[in-house]
Every structure is written in structure tokens, then in C-alpha cells.
Write a protein that binds this ligand. Structure first.
Ligand code: F6P
Length: 504
């Protein structure tokens, strides 16, 4: 295959644009804001980067084109392929399997066949885009076969993979009929990144059990074939973050602060505002949160209209059956709580099934006394980090599920097990009644973490490690070193620092 011209190529399920189809079928593209795009913008601009991904709409055929800082390289998916690859295998098989089987995963051979074919399509596009010796960074569970497929086409490139969601324990992962193919797909990368150290060890355990390959610490040795040398694949945690400084700046603007005051007025100037912000997904524990809030009202520990809850639930994966059911369930519960505890013009739960621009989100975070993150399983949870970044006033309290990746870092949050309704009620009341002094102490510490560990640092750290990976020469040519061993001196200094911190 002939090489492309881009030294850095990002491969993700979605392109970082929103596509609008006008009358007569004309297409317009608008950049969608996001931490990943911001973090990669400098490297994409300086190295002539390309981003390979789907437009988010079926049957759109567009040739690669320039957009602001990079080349966008659309991958076409037909309606049937969206059903099998995205709604089916990615979001009704892998998503529940990787999130503790909160709902039962469905295993269909036709979905798997489509997933494999689409992964090959993404790999082919990346192989066409990347320059000789370039770097390709593949993202997330939708594209786990891309690393090996790309390596087969372009053995000259460095390949990194980052999984944005949890990686399940062996006992759950092995339910997947195609578990070995997934592991082999990921082992095509030089570096496989995860959110938490526990995800990396789950992966390494699956590698050991399913392939029998040699695993030493974070390294797997993949034997070479014919003239190709052995390779080393490294798996470790790189906890993702947000563009913290930009979020902090946005939340401090007079417009956002004014809007925050207005939101409290619109809510009827309650004493306590609780806030939940999520994609409408069963992993987020929205039903558990509503049940807990309902009980606090029933017990009289919180009394509307002095206390209210705002729940933003942004629409997500609406054609997947489990998501439709969840929407019905959440909306019935909200209706019940409001029927029981609302009064004319004063709801107990203000429920919005919309997405909002960042300005409005920053205002909501600034207006909320208590932020509720009750995920049953969550790779990271960036909403928790956004709330912290928005609170330069050191006000507000964060109630955080221990089942989020963010719980590893945000240790000064009030930690909960969302399944423990009584425990969660107690923590919510602790947050509501917490002294200003304690709120300030906790928030200061949370902010220190979020502002120093931003998405730029995450991307630099990952790419720093990836740059250090080199094909491992055959072991018989390396006197004194065994398969899979590294020396400390091999690591970039910044990456070393982060890993030491992770270990603490
Ligand atoms: O957390 C995984 C993820 O794929 C994110 O990358 C994405 O923002 C979110 O889930 C929603 O995904 P989508 O709308 O593409 O299914």
C-alpha cells in the first residue's frame, strides 16, 4: 500500500465535526468542541495531522478535506453498517460487557462480522493517510481491531491505542465469543492506554490467559514472524482529563456568573440546588440518584421548594433498545417525584432531555450547591472534573461514585457506592450541611489536581511514551536483556513523573 503524507493520524469513531445536511443534500461541517481536539490541535497543526472518523450520519460520501488545523478523513458507513457496527456490536455488545454487564450484552455473529469489516475499513483509511514512519493514535472500544489490521498494512508506523471506557475483568471479558480476536487486535499497538491501573491489569491478565504470550509487568512480548523482530507492547494507565484552564476561564466570565444567578432565580431561589449532568445512559446511575433523592424528600430531610434537583440528561444512542427503556424509566420516575412533591410552578426535579452549550453548563455548575455523580461504572467521568474546574469560588460539594475513574484522582470528593441508598443519602446530607470552610478546603484540593492534570498533559504523556516505543530486536541479539524487560532510562521524564504519581 502506498504511504500518505500525514506524520500524525488520529483514528476515532467520530470526526470532530457536526454535519448538517441542507436542502438539496448540501453538507456543512462545524467543529464540535471537545477536550481531545483541543489537546491534539498543536501537534496536528505543527505536524500536518489527519483525523480519520465517521461523520455521525449514514451514507455520506466525502473525500478528505482541510478543516482549520487538520485534514479530516471521513469513513463512510451505510445505514445497515451503523446498525451492526455502532448500535449493535459497539453499543449493545461491547458497551454493556465493558461496564460490568449492568444490562445483558447481546452476542450476534452478524454484528461481529460488520464490526470486523468496519474496523478493517478504518485501518485502511489510516494506512492511506499516514506518512512513512508516522504515528497513528487509535481511540476507543469501537476500533479495537484497528491496531493489528493497520500493522499488517503498514508495519513501519508507530501505533498507540487508548480505551476511553473501562476494560472488564477476565471473568466478564471471556463471555465474549470473539475475545481472542479483540486481544490480538489490541496487541497490534505499541502502546495500549487505559483510564485506570485496574483496567490495564485486567487487559494484561486477559492477554496472559487467552494468548499465552509472555507478560512482564506492563509489557507483553509479541514474537516476530519470518524476518520481523519480536515486538514489545506496553499497557498502562493514562487518566484522561479536560481543558481545565479553558473551563476555569469560561466559568469566571461575567456572562456565565450572571447566568448562574439567573438560573437560581428561575428555579425560585431555593436554598439547595442539587445537580446531575449525564448522557442518558444506564451506566450513569440516574435511576439510583432519583430514587435516593425521592427518599430524601419522603423522609423530609430535604423539602421542596427550598431544595430541588436539576437533571440534565443529554440524548444518546436513541435507536438502541436499552437506551429507549432507560428514558421511559427515568421519565416515569421524574413524573412520580414531581407528582408527589412538586407544587404549582415549582418542580422538585427539573429534568431536561437536551444538550447545552459549554457556557450554559458552566453556569449550571456555578449555580449548583451539590454535584451528584452516581455512575455504576464509568471509565473516567469528565463532568466531575468540569464541576471542579468551574468552581474558582471554592464553593459547592462533589458527591462522587467510587466506580468512576475520576475517583482515583478526586479523593477529596464525598465518595459513595450508588447501590447503597442509605449511604448515599447520608453523603448527600453531609454535602448539603457542610461548612463553608470544609467546602473550601476540599474544593481547593480537588482544583489543584484538575488544574495541574489537564487533557494536554494527558496527550503529551501518552504521545511521549509512544515516541519511545521502538521495534524490539530479536532477543538473541540483545545480550543481558530478557524478553519484555525495560530500563528506567528508557522513559520520557514527564511520563515517569505521572506514573509515579499514579502509583501513590
Ligand atoms: O465514553 C465513550 C464515548 O464513546 C465517548 O467517546 C463519547 O463522547 C460518548 O461515549 C458518546 O458516544 P457516542 O455518542 O459516539 O456513542
Amino acid at each position: 500500500m502506498s504511504a500518505g503524507t500525514h506524520d500524525v493520524v488520529v483514528v476515532a469513531n467520530r470526526l470532530p465535526v457536526d454535519v448538517t445536511i441542507g436542502e438539496g443534500g448540501s453538507l456543512s461541517f462545524e467543529r464540535s468542541p471537545g477536550g481531545l481536539v483541543t489537546a491534539l490541535a498543536p501537534v496536528m497543526e505543527s505536524q500536518g495531522g489527519a483525523w480519520v472518523g465517521w461523520t455521525g450520519k449514514p451514507d455520506i460520501d466525502v473525500a478528505p478535506f482541510e478543516d482549520e488545523t487538520m485534514t479530516l478523513w471521513p469513513v463512510r458507513l451505510s445505514e445497515q453498517e451503523v446498525a451492526g457496527f455502532y448500535e449493535g456490536f459497539s453499543n449493545a455488545t461491547l458497551w454493556p460487557l465493558y461496564h460490568d454487564v449492568i444490562v445483558p450484552p447481546e452476542f450476534h455473529r452478524a454484528w461481529w462480522n460488520t464490526y470486523s469489516a468496519i474496523n478493517r475499513r478504518f485501518a485502511t483509511a489510516a494506512a492511506q493517510a499516514v506518512a512513512p514512519g508516522g504515528t497513528v493514535w487509535v481511540h476507543d472500544y469501537q476500533l479495537q481491531l484497528v491496531p493489528a489490521a493497520l500493522r499488517a498494512l503498514r508495519p513501519d508506523v508507530k501505533i498507540g491505542f487508548f480505551n476511553h471506557i473501562p476494560f472488564p475483568p477476565l471473568e466478564i471479558f471471556t463471555q465474549l465469543p470473539w475475545r481472542r480476536q479483540i486481544i490480538e487486535g489490541l496487541l497490534g499497538a505499541d502502546l495500549v492506554g487505559f483510564q485506570r491501573p485496574g483496567d490495564a491489569s485486567n487487559f494484561l491478565r486477559s492477554v496472559r490467559r487467552l494468548t499465552g504470550l509472555q507478560v512482564r509487568g506492563p509489557q507483553v512480548t509479541v514474537p516476530g514472524h519470518w524476518s520481523r523482530p519480536d515486538r514489545t507492547v506496553r499497557a498502562q494507565a493514562f487518566p484522561i482529563s479536560i481543558d481545565s484552564a479553558a473551563f476555569d476561564r469560561l466559568a469566571r466570565t461575567p456572562e456565565v456568573q450572571e447566568r448562574a444567578k439567573q438560573i437560581r432565580l428561575e428555579l425560585g431561589s431555593p436554598e439547595v440546588v442539587l445537580l446531575g449532568v449525564d448522557r442518558l445512559d444506564y451506566t450513569k446511575g440516574i435511576s439510583h440518584r432519583l430514587k435516593t433523592f425521592g427518599e430524601l424528600l419522603e423522609d423530609g430531610q430535604l423539602r421542596p421548594p427550598e431544595a430541588c434537583m436539576v437533571q440534565v440528561a443529554s440524548p444518546s444512542r436513541e435507536r438502541v433498545e436499552q437506551y429507549r427503556q432507560l428514558r421511559d424509566e427515568v421519565e416515569v420516575t421524574v413524573g412520580r417525584i414531581n407528582g408527589d412533591y412538586g407544587t404549582l410552578g415549582r418542580a422538585a426535579v427539573h429534568y431536561m432531555h437536551h444538550s447545552y452549550p459549554m457556557e450554559e453548563m458552566a453556569a449550571l455548575y456555578s449555580a449548583a450547591d451539590v454535584m451528584l455523580v452516581t455512575s455504576l461504572r464509568d471509565g473516567m467521568n469528565l463532568v466531575a472534573k468540569e464541576y471542579v474546574a468551574a468552581r474558582s469560588d471554592l464553593g459547592g460539594a462533589l458527591v462522587l461514585s467510587e466506580f468512576t475513574g475520576a475517583a482515583d484522582e478526586l479523593t477529596q470528593a464525598l465518595m459513595i457506592n450508588p447501590h447503597d441508598i442509605n449511604g448515599t443519602k447520608a453523603k448527600i446530607m453531609q454535602a448539603v450541611t457542610m461548612s463553608t470552610q470544609e467546602k473550601r478546603r476540599r474544593m481547593r484540593s480537588l482544583r489543584r489536581r484538575v488544574l495541574t492534570h489537564d487533557v494536554q498533559r494527558w496527550a503529551d504523556d501518552f504521545l511521549g511514551y509512544l515516541a519511545m516505543s521502538v521495534p524490539t530486536p530479536p532477543s538473541d541479539l540483545r545480550p543481558g536483556r530478557h524478553h519484555g524487560e525495560t530500563t528506567q532510562g528508557d522513559e520520557p521524564s514527564q511520563a515517569r513523573t505521572t506514573r509515579e504519581e499514579d502509583a501513590r
